[in-house]
Design a protein around this ligand. Structure first.
Ligand code: KIV
Length: 262
């Protein structure tokens, strides 16, 4: 598949849905790239890969390490990397960290969580040559401040505020938006109110594409399966079964047999 550009991503507005999947390493990036339009190095890697309860403790160094690995595994796929919590507290810090992403990896864009309150910061990044993906609705980096993961868009006020967020981030120069954990009818209204593609996660089917965390989508992550996750593989069971057969064959000396020796 030909690598997408920002121009070709913008043309997918109201067209064939965009497929975004997270990836955290070269191994899975190589496997997922043939199916994905965009790979997202999400800070969710701090949970499924790092074993932490939320995304907040991941660092810039770790995001850069994983982004570089994903880009090596999928050199012909458009890659977006998450700016981690605390890496965009003000315009200068955000720009310095986004420049680090561009200098130290070949990633194509960065993702910033936040709505109208982040518009000025997004404008500063885009004015300085950084391609920005917005992220509105349920913001995983706000989990401690909000006391949990809260679905958004449950009232008309929240719906109007999400539409205002999307418009502000688009006006600031973002070329794409992720909308997370939002009532489906409201997410559709948000998608219709901007001209950049809106990619949903837990936001229904009225948007311009979908993103899922790969370890959720492949059934590897067992601690919690959100309602919006469809598992296309029972990865956890497959891994445990294969590892169990290997262990049994080692213990019984069935492995290695004559096919696997020099
Ligand atoms: O970190 C992540 O994987 C994300 C997705 C949930 C969109 O931001």
């Amino acid at each position: 598949m030909k690598k997408l550009t920002i121009g070709s991503i913008l043309k997918r507005k109201n067209g064939e849905p965009l497929v975004m999947i997270t990836a955290y390493d070269a191994l899975f990036a190589r496997l997922l790239a043939p199916s994905a339009d965009i790979l997202l190095v999400g800070d969710s890697l701090n949970m499924s890969f790092g074993g932490n309860p939320d995304t907040l403790s991941i660092t810039m160094e770790q995001m850069i390490y994983h982004t570089a690995a994903v880009c090596k595994g999928a050199p012909h796929t458009f890659v977006i990397t998450d700016m981690p919590f605390g890496s965009y507290t003000d315009n200068a810090t955000a720009l310095a960290n986004a420049i680090r992403v561009y200098r130290e990896t070949p990633a194509d864009a960065v993702k910033i969580e936040g709505g109208a309150d982040k518009a000025e910061l997004v404008r500063h990044l885009t004015a300085n040559g950084i391609a920005v993906c917005g992220h509105i609705g349920l913001l995983p980096q706000a989990v401690r401040a909000e006391g949990g993961y809260k679905v958004k868009g449950k009232s008309e006020d929240e719906a109007l505020s999400l539409i205002a967020d999307a418009r502000a981030i688009e006006a600031a120069g973002a070329f794409i938006l992720v909308i997370e954990g939002v009532k489906a009818d409201v997410a559709e209204r948000v998608a219709r109110s901007v001209s950049v593609p809106v990619i949903g996660i837990g936001a229904g089917n009225g948007v311009d594409g979908q993103v899922l965390v790969f370890s959720d989508m492949l059934g590897f992550y067992e601690p919690f399966v959100p309602k919006f996750v469809k598992q296309y593989l029972n990865g956890a069971a497959a891994v445990k079964e294969a590892a169990g057969r290997y262990a049994a064959e080692v213990r019984s000396r069935a492995f290695p047999d004559e096919n696997y020796i020099y």
